[in-house]
Design a protein around this ligand. Sequence first.
Ligand code: GLA
Ligand code: ZN
Length: 679
Amino acid sequence: MRRRQNFGPFSEKVHGLLHGADYNPDQWLDRPEILEQDIDLMKQAGMNVMSVGIFSWAKLEPVEGHFEFDWLDQVLDRLHDTGIQVILATPSAARPVWMSRSYPEVLRMDEDRVRHLHGGRQNHCFTSPVYRAKVREIDRRLAERYGTHPAVIAWHVSNEFEGFGCHCPLCQEAFRNWLKKRYHNDLDALNHAWWTSFWSHTYQDWSEIESPSPIGEHEVHGLTLDWHRFVSDQTLDFMLEECRILRDITPELPLTTNFHDFVSLDRGLNYWDFAKALDVISWDNYPYWHAEGRTVAEEAARRAFIHDMNRSFKQGKPFLLMESSPSATNWQEVAKLRRPGMQNLSSIQAVAHGADTVQYFQWRKSLGSSEKFHGAVVDHYASPDTRVFREVAALGRELPAMTDIIGTSVAAEVAIIYDWENAWILGDTQGPRKEGIDYFDTCVRHYKALWDRGVAVDVIDADQDLSGYKLVIAPMLYMIRDGFGAKVEEYVRNGGHFVTTYWSGITDGTDLCFETGRPGPLRKVLGIWSEEIDVLYDSDANHVGGYEARIFCDLIHTEGADTLLTYDEDFYAGGPALTCNRFGKGEAWYIAFRSYDGFLSDFYGDRIRAYGIERALETDLPEGVTATIREDEVRRFCFLQNYSGTKQTVELPYPMQDLLSKDRVQRLVMAPYSYNILS
Ligand code: GLA
Ligand code: ZN
């Protein structure tokens, strides 16, 4: 949102950009010399924060009811003495073996109704009263003991809440209760919303309802959609229980939980709901740099999109980059090494989009178990003279020069709607193509046309306020929940500019199709009616004014909108493919086809000029280079980033000061994978 404001640091105890890592001293308690060496290396790497205790439950409560905190006392004291602050975790993401053995109900049950054995992590039942009681107990003890420890600046609640539901009897009961509430105890309403008359699915009693299995293939889509919602709500309810106890005892300590890099997940949680419960957002960023079939710049745009979403969760408030790998991961299909420069460019990208920290997973590589080959600041051979350590330490030396950036943010005039419930339902719905719906990638393709030009974008969901934006883009908004159509009408009537595409306005909030003609509640504001949609094979193309139309070709009729482009081929040649409807003081655009070529770039280039949307720099950026602004009422920082893999020259519109070299510059020659921060 176009707001130039300083949000301040997320905690009064924070005085600069934080630089740190997940720290697991509990793996090394029998090696005091390692713990000493850690402190020495942390100083050398310019670290000032550590996230501690994330998976420590077995060390904190080795035997039921028997607690051991001395080791953690010493770790926190030692860090504090060195001037390193601590983000203290609750250990609820992984439980000790004794708990799984004594209380099997804490173990998650999969959709095939088979309970997990002990092992793994983040695989507990979110409903289990025993698990919740055990979590409350350990959280209470941690809060009482460390709430006022001078090193501790925030709570890291659990770890990476994900979208895996538990299908145990306790969760089935909770699901049914959730449904009773949602449908006001009216089973007929549920039967209607889920269209259960289809294939004899009608329920006569609440007790007949069960979670969908297999989830992705269940035919009652309303049930699957509500299950996603329930899993999200139940996980949130679990987190809120942790938050409540921490807030009661330590009201002054900010709470965060590290959001998952949801791109790698099939089905996430609705983090918009989680965001409301947190004081500050943090997330874990694991990019695929140098990947096969995707340029570094394309990956950078995907990452930028998620950074922008995390910043938007709290209306622009800076977030924490809680985790990022200082080199490879152990879980990507092919974990290529970062090319020189890429590591720190990746970190600075987060700062450029609103992060006030650069944190890594992990500080030191473990000697054993599944993450022993995951990137870390410190290798098994713990020398500071490694490429990774040197790059991390170089950033550690630069960050203090950026202290003024704290609290500034990105002021966007454009918003892209990426809607979680829409993502869930698009993943489950059947037709008009089995594969290639690609909701996330489609949103990113629209986004990249703006990213290439250095235009700031917020990434929001359909429930957010639109009124502050000059341009709102809603690609493939298949599901239109109550109220959204009226909101868009009001936004456009008052001078807003709205863009949407094919496969939008198809179903309502329960996934029932609109009977009012597609695109349903958006039909009036767009001034079009979509009669049919043609889908193409991957190798097919139609053409639209010199551009290729791929995968989706929507066959629309105008009802007041102007036709700007038409289809060249097939039985719908001459039919509208791009329309614009003047509505009140604004405009509503409909892009009827998908494109992979220059169409989106040209289209958004025109929109930016027409609506006077600001770019970070009023200059054309070379391919693979982007620019981002962080600002408040008095400060303005420009982050130039070169993802092109080759040297690039950028001519600035006027001389600026380089924050790191302190030089005044107007012509910049940027090395591959490098950045400049200008003020
Ligand atoms: C997640 C987890 C970390 C670690 C990393 C590895 O982000 O939160 O504990 O497993 O993945 O990439
Ligand atoms: Zn359960």
